[in-house]
Design a protein. Structure first.
Length: 94
């Protein structure tokens, strides 16, 4: 009984992991003029569609802007402008 319950519980958690969103910070390198289409952010191609939530709380979503991207399999759910320091990496120590 315990093994069967454990097996069912583990099978139920797999879809939740597969449905998880991915988030990252990056700088906008390119984007379409009308915002719909493929953006390049932090060297990653991200598809933006009419359902993508675009937020410019910390500045415009323009080339060179730091943004936080929430996506699932490369399709953006949300792109939000962020403070520049979120995209800068600390210098490596010698």
């Amino acid at each position: 009984m315990f093994k069967a319950t454990l097996l069912v519980a583990s099978l139920l958690t797999v879809p939740a992991l597969a449905m998880a969103d991915t988030e990252f910070y990056g700088t906008i390198q390119s984007k379409p003029d009308n915002n719909i289409g493929v953006w390049v952010i932090g060297d990653q191609q991200i598809q933006v569609n009419e359902k993508t939530k675009l937020e410019n709380d910390h500045g415009p979503l323009a080339i060179g802007a730091c943004v936080e991207v929430e996506h699932k399999h490369g399709v953006a759910k949300e792109i939000e402008s962020e403070k520049t320091e979120k995209c800068t990496k600390p210098a490596a120590k010698p």
